[in-house]
Ligand binder design. Structure first.
Ligand SMILES: NC(=O)C1=CN([C@@H]2O[C@H](COP(=O)(O)OP(=O)(O)OC[C@H]3O[C@@H](n4cnc5c(N)ncnc54)[C@H](OP(=O)(O)O)[C@@H]3O)[C@@H](O)[C@H]2O)C=CC1
Ligand SMILES: O=C([O-])CC(=O)C(=O)O
Length: 429
């Protein structure tokens, strides 16, 4: 086996790491834990070039750790079946959601045990130290599939060649802050990041926006990354789907695995619509199992839509662990063929949508995948008058959000913000 590692120092001369010998020990331990024969590496490389690069621009750009095995000769058993390394950029990487998610990604439970990954983590001056702490914990976790960790505060560096960009970082709304101000501040973050992705990411990069208001942030992303496919942008509504499944399972007294075909429609806000009409329990339509329209419309629907707010009241912060789980579920759904008669929810670009929705929004809809990382919108969901009216409410809200960020969308007319209702983020009711 041949091991090569590159260790570098961070900007401003601060050591990112313990000495090489210590990190080398970590890499060896990683192999030992997986029962692989131990041999001293033939070479341990340091990367002075990367260090020099790190110093320019005041940015940490160097790989924190990088491992490469001579797969053909000495360790074919370890890596023979591995796919090409997938590069995953994550923003808000020192935040609460990432603190759960990164370890799930590195373990192989999301993309598969044969999918090595490289993590490219975006922080800021605020989070520089914390980000280094995150990377140290990743190292100490001995994940064989985690091939490289790179830290940075410049999206143009961090997003380089990314296959996936998980856009989690965003400013939380503070007391007294106007919604239009939050749309503007976070919109600017997503405008800058989309431009960077457009320049340096893989041409088939897929983006998942988690930072709120996620649908409109994703719309800003689409319009500021014209060279990337619009259909590759997602905004996360899988957490809402999981919440809906849980409530239906509890009400019906069934295990949640029997609850299928649950779609979330619309905005990730209190206008979202958890669809009980098309959902099934044990293969039977929900209204034929839970014969209580009043509960479905007046209790279940608002409970799911306001779950984030209820959780914030208990925790004093927004959901992090269950959000990370739902991001993992979202990604897994794209790499697993969707069972016949089932769906998953994701907010995607509405151009060409089969439900007559405004064609320039990011709107959550029922989707399916063949397992190749792509999706198609399912076109035969039943929509009755009640559901149609709810969809229009959410569509109207998203139009208003779009109007508020006109200044961040190339070619759009000037922003006119008429959002007055208190509906935009589920966490704030
Ligand atoms: N779609 C969904 O289902 C859900 C979405 N969310 C949203 O996900 C986002 C992240 O949540 P969470 O990880 O818990 O949040 P944290 O506050 O723990 O982390 C957010 C990260 O955002 C970064 N950030 C970027 N720009 C700013 C800024 N201007 N001001 C402050 N922080 C900034 C910070 O990173 P740094 O210091 O490195 O810049 C920070 O680490 C939030 O927008 C939240 O509302 C949460 C739950 C569910
Ligand atoms: O508003 C938030 O940050 C929380 C949120 O999105 C949710 O829990 O659904």
């Amino acid at each position: 086996m041949q091991q090569q590692m590159a260790f570098t120092s961070s900007v401003r001369g601060a050591a990112l790491h313990k000495p090489r010998a210590a990190s080398y020990g970590v890499a060896r331990a990683r192999l030992a834990v997986r029962g692989q024969a131990q041999q001293p590496p033939r070479s341990v490389q340091t990367s002075s070039t990367a260090t020099a690069e790190a110093v320019t621009n005041g940015i940490v750009t160097s790989p924190l750790f990088r491992l490469s095995y001579d797969t053909d000769n000495e360790h074919p058993d370890l890596t023979r079946s591995w796919k090409k390394t997938m590069k995953i950029a994550v923003t808000g990487a020192a935040g609460q959601i990432s603190n759960h998610l990164l370890f799930m990604l590195a373990s192989g439970e999301v993309f598969g045990r044969d999918q090595p990954i490289a993590l490219q983590l975006l922080g800021s001056d605020r989070s520089r130290e914390a980000l280094e702490g995150v990377a140290m914990e990743l190292e100490d976790s001995l994940y064989p599939l985690l091939r490289e960790v790179k830290l940075g505060i410049d999206p143009l560096k961090v997003f380089e060649d990314a296959d996936w960009a998980l856009l989690i970082g965003a400013k939380p709304r503070g007391p007294g802050m106007e919604r239009s101000a939050l749309l503007d501040i976070n919109g600017q973050i997503f405008q800058e990041q989309a431009r960077a992705l457009n320049e340096v990411a893989s041409r088939d990069c897929k983006m998942l926006v988690v930072g709120n208001p996620c649908n409109t942030n994703a719309l800003i992303g689409i319009h500021n990354a014209p060279d990337l496919p619009a259909r590759n942008w997602h905004a996360l509504t899988r957490l809402d789907e999981n919440r809906a499944k849980c409530q239906l399972a509890i009400k019906a007294g069934k295990f949640y695995t029997s609850v299928t075909n649950v779609a979330i429609w619309g905005n990730h806000s209190t206008t979202q619509v958890p669809d009980f009409l098309n959902a099934k329990i044990g293969g039977v339509r929900v209204p034929n199992v839970i014969r209580d329209q009043q509960w479905l419309k007046e209790e279940f629907t608002p409970k799911v839509a306001n779950r984030g707010g209820a959780l914030i009241k208990k925790w004093g912060r927004s959901s992090a662990a269950s959000t990370a789980v739902s991001i993992a579920d979202h990604l897994r759904s794209l790499y697993t063929p969707t069972p016949t008669g089932d769906c998953f929810s994701t907010a995607v670009y509405t151009a060409g949508n089969p439900y007559g929705l405004d064609e320039d929004l990011v709107f959550s809809m029922p989707c399916r995948s063949t397992g190749d990382g792509n999706y198609e919108v399912i076109n035969d969901f039943v929509i009755d008058d009640w559901l149609r009216a709810k969809l229009e409410e959410s569509e109207q809200e998203l139009r208003k959000e779009r109007d508020c960020v006109g200044h961040l969308i190339p070619g759009a007319s000037k922003a006119v913000c008429a959002i007055t209702e208190d509906t935009m983020l589920p966490g704030e009711n």
